[in-house]
Design a protein around this ligand. Sequence first.
Ligand code: NI
Length: 252
Amino acid sequence: MELIDTHAHIDMLEGYAEYYIEQAAENNVSKIIIPGIEAEGFAAIIEIAERYKNIFFELGLFPTETLKWTDEYPEMITELSKHPKCVGIGEIGLDYHWDTSFVDKQKEIFIKQIELANTLRLPITVHDRDAHEDVLEIIDKYNNGSEIVFHCFSGDTEFMKRITERGYYLAIGGVVTFKKADILKEVAKEVPLDKLLLETDAPYLAPVPFRGKENQPAYIKYTAEEIAKIRNISVEEIAEMTTKNAEKVFKI
Ligand code: NI
């Protein structure tokens, strides 16, 4: 069995990357993608990806950090994206949960980064927190050809259908194991298997039985097991499909 963690902030974990990567390998995690948050962190994630064979990275400016955008960003991302381990633009999008005081800036920078991903022919990892309608509207209007992944999907089944109809993917994380996550469990049951990816979003959102603790890629198996249980299929089948999808989207 082989699992891919399409979204793990290895650079934000408390201990050494080496430890988590070993733990992941022991738990059938074959590949891990580290998303970018802001320019200051790019060197660290690139360094980890260079050190380990099956670790990849993405570049992007996180929505709540968009006030840090400068005119140098597109050129810097373009240059760094030539790295063979760079597999996407992310995580980018809209976050209305923490702060809505600069929504226009978030939108402007989301659009700029979508256009950049299109130019670079890279997939896009979307961060959508309490912003479903605006995120979808912007993608519909501005995306031209990049594969789209909704990371840590938080919509309902109806929204899931709207994005998968468009050919977009969604990644489900540890939240699906939470007792009260009825809406996400329903999504996990109904989502077409050829549009499903797995992720941890480590160090955040650890699945049961580690809820509330530091998350890590090795724990992705609990999410895979939960989805298999919900769909009444084997965990091997979930692993095979989600691995195939991740390899296709990110060309890894
Ligand atoms: Ni993240």
